[in-house]
Design a protein around this ligand. Sequence first.
Ligand code: NAP
Length: 308
Amino acid sequence: MAQEYDIIIIGGGPAGLSAGLYAARSKAKTLILEHGKWGGQAATTEELENYPGSIEQPTGPEITARMKKQAEEFGAETKVEAVTKVELKGDIKTVATENGEYRSKTVIIATGAKPRLMGIPGELELRGKGVSYCATCDADFFTDLNVAVIGGGDSAIQEALYLTKFAEKVTVIHRRDELRAAKTLQDKAFANEKIDFIWDSVPVEIMGDGIVERLKLKNKKTGEISEIEADGVFIFVGYDPVSDLVKDLVETDERGYIITDEEMRTSMDGVFAAGDVRKKMLRQVVTAAADGAIAAVAAEHYMAEKFE
Ligand code: NAP
């Protein structure tokens, strides 16, 4: 017999954990499923300096661990299981994992987003051998070495700043001549002596014999090709939604982000989405946590109307 829940939340980042907290506090029978590491991308961020209340900079792993503990203390069940299939039509939804099947009156999709690949030669071959998408995870492998950071957004600049605590030199390579990142991050990066910038350029190949050694660059304005030496390449060129599981079942935009209304309702009755997987203007821990809270309360309202 499949176990039955009121609310199943898929994804254990800030959106899912916040949904779990609100769901469990309202006494809904709640299960949060996470396929990998709890805390989502926030757990791979060393300094969450723009999450309200984190002025003394609790790190991403610490604050997300507390979010999980808090949801559990109010009664949310948490399991590390990869969801393999969902059936979302009808009053009772089915969520299948590698370990079995769960049934639920509502489902909240909080599967987040994953780093976008550049798709250049050498990237996949040298992944984990100098190519990385997570400075918090890998920075200390590059102590006193030279690293390149690709991208000009918040992620690239925040992670470049973090890398300066370890690396000898950090070269930010950006495809335009101005950064997209928030002004406060830009100011810090420009003031940091360890950070250099290469403007108007994109990497076209990551090179090395079993380990990253060099990067081939193309200047987008002049077409000129050049090479720089690098022991590591950190790629932060944006994120893609993790919505494969549901993208044929609920309405998404052209990039796969799930479309919801203000109450986090998707196009499918009883199915909600929260956090970075959702089409929205601002993807931050604070907005993910807010989405999760709204989704859980909206799921409560839906159940009250539908089942009572
Ligand atoms: P993003 O804002 O989409 O920035 C991606 C960067 O990569 C841009 O500078 C973009 O260049 C560049 N890029 C994209 N495709 C490229 C390609 N094929 N080749 C070379 N460069 C490429 O992504 P993000 O920085 O990961 O941020 C994602 C979201 O998370 C944003 O909403 C961001 O505000 C948020 N975030 C916030 C914080 C924070 O508040 N501290 C930290 C991390 C992330 P262009 O600028 O030319 O488009």
